[in-house]
Design a protein around this ligand. Sequence first.
Ligand code: NCD
Length: 324
Amino acid sequence: MTDLRIVGGELVPPAGGRRHLLSVADLTREDLERLLSTARSFARSQERETKKLPTLRGRLVVNLFYESSTRTASSFELAAKRLSADTLTVKSSGSSVDKGESLKDTTLTLSAYDPDVIVIRHPEAGAAELVSRHTGAHVVNAGDGKHQHPTQALLDLYTMCEAFGRLDGLRVAIVGDVLHSRVARSLVQALDLVGAESILVGPPTLVPTGLAPVSHDIAAIRDADVVYVLRMQRERMLAGANFVPSLREYSDLWGITPARLRDGQRVMHPGPMNRGVEIESSVADSRASLVVDQVRAGLVVRMAVLYDLLTAGPVALEAEVGVA
Ligand code: NCD
């Protein structure tokens, strides 16, 4: 672990070297391409009967989840295990968070075990950055409020690249509740970094301006190679605010149905899906759907992120994984 200085009670990371993954803004195009290529090597290693690699033996990955999660939590845990790291999962319910412990104190407590990585999901924007100020561990943001979800963007790019064989020039329509979506914010930035295009499609109440081009016409999705569907994130909406007249009307106007798609388009969704609201089951389960591929990509991309933060890079990886 790198040396840390303590200044005014706060940990100061050493200059140089990427210590954390808090936002897509932390990544260069080169970083992104290296991570996707590392993930591809891990995908090949996962085709073998013995899937576990010794790479991170003796390392500790703490998963700190203050919000519900199925895909993100399970894939980070499995990613760490497939790399032979120890894992410790702390969920806010059932922990001292229930007793009012602050995020800072929980971070200081868990940091006493000297973890190598803390993976954090939290309902407040900026939570991952706060954790990074109070620990010597590398911090990975697994979703902070409606701010960022960088590993989701990486796994989405990985999935698109596998499906289309390229990212440059790919057209992605992100449909639905962009306003409350950390997934959309990270994805737009990541697509921009690799030369792909995004357009945000949905009702004016749910699509902010200034992130990417916007359309309030569902027909705009027909020009896209990928239709990326978002859930109505009601838990992040202000209490009492009505962003749509009713879910029924939302689904009539904006729901992704087979009739709204054209041949050759692929459909993605970060999950959890609300079938019958933003996406019809007949689309979610169709050959156009990449939803299960996204989940599979989540494992190898998170292995790549842990590997990238903790080890020496692609040269060491070839020796480790045994694939050229
Ligand atoms: C997303 C999230 O939590 O931001 N889910 C995920 O990580 N796969 C999207 C959502 O909750 O709608």
